[in-house]
Design a protein around this ligand. Structure first.
Ligand SMILES: Nc1nc2c(ncn2[C@@H]2O[C@H](COP(=O)(O)OP(=O)(O)OP(=O)(O)O)[C@@H](O)[C@H]2O)c(=O)[nH]1
Ligand SMILES: [Mg+2]
Length: 607
């Protein structure tokens, strides 16, 4: 057994299903460890510090922080709970010696709870189970704890892993207790549990240096910053080091900048040793999974294995007639470079060439992950066009296999029927139905991953925004057969120009309109959804003839139904294979792949 590297360190990750309160708990841990001055204003969910994270209220990237508890330094990694960002969890588990498994006291274990727990158990960790949100009026604490036990058993936890510590917390109130009989007053019981249950890091500080890079950051001043765990040895400013690259080569360099985490900051340090989580700046081209060693002993640590992507989309150069109007970066070269940069820090994304240099195939864990990437690119000034997401299939002894997901939908009882019908249409089969007696039911299905594309927005519409959908990759099965795509056709602009209120007013009885009067359109651009199955070419630039005027223009304007503008994600979910989403910094447009009406095969068969 390796020696304890540092008895005064603990390295722990917080893992859970989405929204179960990880980042809120980190806030409370930071506050109570005295990381902030009494009068310091700190944003809620301080670790969610990127624009997209703050806007959406979800964590996208795993992030490090560290707090002191007595004379112990606790490195904490906050992780995302959304399934699409599961790769982030996988790679940070290589950095830590223990995990806090948070479970919402009302929702109980959900698909991502299962995923992250499985990953932690596989790494032989014994999690600390944290039943969070015990303040919720609908908390069902004992039941949820039983469900957690069942989940451990279901995942083949070994005996000592079943001996997990249990804490009951309200991350929002900043309290924890080990027993529901004694209400918590602060987080001290949780800090104590971390110190007692998470093993101190092992590794020999006297051995040669080995540091595994598990995360990347960058700064304008310092360039690329490698974040990782030192498994053995020591590192000092000025040391000669070698990077064992993923391709098997070595890159020798010198340590110029070394940091440790302290609350939300990074502080300069001069040396670090086995057991520490630190940042090294100034190493060109370093990437996740590489090992930093001393120059005499270049021995790499096994790279982190990550689950394969399941969804792909084609990213292409914007070919619409409006291309280049508001983007700064529009060429295939620029898009390719940007995607290559993404690969460095985003371990669960892959990029493959297609048969044309104008298009790249981007693979990821889900639609959300890919649409977040597209959203980041457009905010940086990129223009591109993207296809409908496709799932990744594989060939097993000549048989076509497709990914299958476990799907869990929580809805009010009244919507149960529509939801079951909608999932059934997509070849989902119900496996379980639980009614907690609260007026909501939990429906469980198995469904081809294909069937999930667009399902979320449909369920949200069908349940008036109240349905909660979760899914998790369950395995590969032989192809389940065709799934009907969108049942409706598109209203397609038949010429370029500016949309008029008059034309929209005339068209809105045919279906739902996506654009506003005066919006510029081009031939082949989709301006609305046809209520029928066929596509329809329409003139949305038509001006009213004076002679036809029966009522005043103002009257008609009032009668325009406000357009249902599609955001990026809705647009991506909505399109069919013969359609594309055009993405620019200021616009999301939906278009036919083939713009010219006379070149475009007509989709007119009533389904
Ligand atoms: N009632 C109650 N609400 C809580 C508690 N902890 C967190 N929340 C709320 O739960 C929501 C989600 O909290 P987050 O901390 O963002 O959850 P998360 O696990 O970090 O979410 P992801 O990072 O997106 O997976 C927020 O609205 C919090 O205010 C708690 O103890 N009690
Ligand atoms: Mg979070």
């Amino acid at each position: 057994m390796k020696t304890i590297a540092n008895p005064l360190r603990r390295n722990v990750a917080i893992i859970a299903h989405v929204d179960h309160g990880k980042t809120t708990l980190v806030d409370a841990l930071l506050h109570q460890s005295g990381m902030f001055r009494a009068n310091e204003r700190v944003a809620e969910r301080a670790m969610d510090n990127t624009d997209l994270e703050r806007e959406r209220g979800i964590t996208i990237l795993a992030k490090n922080t560290a707090v002191n508890y007595g004379d112990i330094l606790i490195n904490i990694v906050d992780t995302p709970g959304h399934a699409d960002f599961g790769g982030e969890v996988e790679r940070v588990l290589a950095m830590v010696d223990g995990v806090l498994l948070l479970v919402d006291a009302s929702e109980g274990p959900l698909p991502q709870t299962r995923f992250v727990l499985r990953k932690a158990l596989e790494r032989r960790m014994t999690p600390i189970v944290v039943i969070n949100k015990i303040d919720r009026p609908d908390a069902r604490i004992q039941e949820v704890l039983n469900e957690v036990f069942d989940l451990f058993i279901d995942l083949d936890a070994v005996e000592e892993q079943l001996d997990f510590a249990i804490l009951y917390t309200s991350a929002r109130a900043g309290t924890a207790t080990t027993s529901m009989d004694t209400p918590g007053v602060d987080l001290r019981p949780l800090f104590d549990a971390i110190v007692e249950s998470v093993p101190p890091p092992r590794g020999d500080p006297a051995a040669p240096l080995q540091m595994l890079v598990a995360n990347l950051d960058s700064s304008d001043y310092l360039g690329r910053i490698a974040i990782g765990r030192i498994f053995s040895g020591q590192v000092r400013i000025g040391d000669q080091i070698s990077v064992c690259k993923l391709d098997g080569t070595f890159q020798d360099t010198r340590v110029t900048k070394l940091f440790a985490f302290e609350g939300l900051k990074r502080i300069d340090i001069t040396a670090a040793a086995a057991g520490d989580i630190v940042c090294l700046a100034g190493i060109e081209d370093i990437t996740i999974g590489e090992t930093i060693t001393d120059v005499e002993h270049r021995r790499a640590i096994n790279p982190i294995a990550i689950d394969e992507p399941t969804v792909s989309m084609i990213f292409g150069v914007n070919t619409s007639p409006m291309a280049g109007r508001d983007g700064q970066y529009v060429t295939s070269r620029q898009i390719k470079d940007r995607l290559e940069r993404e690969l460095l820090g985003n371990v669960s994304i892959r990029v493959e060439p297609t048969d044309t240099p104008e298009q790249m195939k981007v693979l990821g864990r889900g639609e959300l992950q890919l649409s977040i990437l597209i959203e980041m690119m457009r905010r940086e000034g990129f223009e591109l066009q993207v296809s409908r997401p496709d799932i990744v299939t594989k060939d097993l002894n000549g048989k076509l296999m497709e990914p299958i997901e476990d799907l869990i939908i929580d809805v009010a009882e009244e919507f149960q029927g529509v939801v079951i019908a909608a999932v059934g249409m997509r070849r989902g089969t119900m496996t379980k139905m639980v009614n907690h007696g609260s007026g909501r039911v939990r429906l469980e299905f198995r469904i081809p991953a294909r069937g999930l594309i667009g399902l979320r927005s449909q369920i949200l519409t069908d349940t008036k925004g109240t349905g909660i959908i979760n899914h998790l990759f369950a395995g590969w099965e032989p192809w389940h057969g065709a799934i009907a795509s969108r049942a409706t056709g598109a209203l397609v602009a038949d010429r370029a120009g500016g949309a008029t209120a008059f034309a929209i007013w005339n068209l809105q009885e045919r279906g739902e309109i996506f654009i506003e009067p005066t919006a510029p359109v081009y031939e082949g651009m989709i301006i609305g959804e046809n209520a029928r199955a066929a596509d329809m070419d329409v003139n949305v630039t038509k001006e009213k003839k004076q002679t036809n005027m029966r009522s005043s223009g103002a009257d008609e304007a009032v009668r325009l139904i406000p357009p249902r503008k599609r955001g990026l994600e809705q647009a991506i979910e909505w399109i069919n294979d013969d359609e594309l989403v055009e993405v620019t910094p200021h616009n999301i447009r939906i278009r036919k792949r083939i713009l010219a009406a006379n070149m475009r095969p007509k989709r007119n068969a009533e389904l």
